[in-house]
Design a protein around this ligand. Sequence first.
Ligand code: HPA
Ligand code: ZN
Length: 348
Amino acid sequence: MTTPATESHLRRLPKVELHCHVEGAARATTILELAARHGVSLPSVDPDELFAFTDLNQFLSIYDVICASLRTADDFHRIAYEACEDGVAAGVRYREMFFSPGFVIRLGVPVQTVWEGVSAGVRDANHDLDIECRLILDFDKPTGPAHALEMVDVAARLDRDLLLGIGADSVERGIDHRAFAAAFAAAAHEGLHRTIHAGEDGPADNIAAAVHELGCERVDHGFRLLDDPELTAEIVDRRIPLTVCPTSNVVIANVVPDVASHPLAEQRRRGVLATVNSDDPGMMRADLADEYVAVAAAYGYPLEEMEQISLDGIEASWLPDDGKAALRSRFVAEFAALRAEHGLPARR
Ligand code: HPA
Ligand code: ZN
């Protein structure tokens, strides 16, 4: 027997988030305030209009504007802390959050300033709030392989209690993903975890490059995976996780008209460890709880499947095995308490 998943229950379900960008999680109101403070002009001063985009390129040009408003360590501290606060409100208990220094170092902000602010914001949030957040340094793919190597070099020297690994984002079309092999090899050599945005609005071949030639342990998005059945079988066998962001693929990459048409359900049916994530909750005005509600509604998933999606986030994380086991025990206890509160039978 299965149990229907209600919206209020899903909002409170404990969750893991593995694909969330700190800059894209910034509140419009915060960006407006920081832009005014630093004399940065924005395309709109209406928080409801600031984040308007219809494809990845337009989204990234607004991302650039957001990043132009971030100048000091305090600015980065604020957006990191607020991103954690908003995560807590969505039920996120554990998050591995991206930050992308490439967008601001080209404006003259030192990478050390970015790290000082983001790491302090996350450290304070971990102390004050019911969340454990870790960080992933994303390099900017269009800036090229030398920037990628430089970012790996920076990452290798950061505090490993907070910084888990390296990733890569921004545009995908027209980028030779194999050109980053040396950067990812250097990251592996330094003991950094590795992931990359691939197969978002680009082909499944970029996913193949990520797992075969870049040594990535996860793939961010992986929307086009099912185009390649052999690669799909390999990803299932090796339990390489995808960090899927269904709403983002609708409203940012614009590769599918709605969540119901997204391949997530088919990926999961075929055994892919496909997790659910928000990507850029501030810019999309949709957090991870909204994402869980949208996914349950789109595929008619019962509560049991939504609880499994939450547990899959733990498996897909870069927590050590004992950390995964502890988080799993906590989630299972919270699932039981939430069910009891809603008068539902225990999970089997
Ligand atoms: N794709 C590419 N670049 C990004 C994204 C994304 O999902 N989010 C923030 N920068
Ligand atoms: Zn992303």
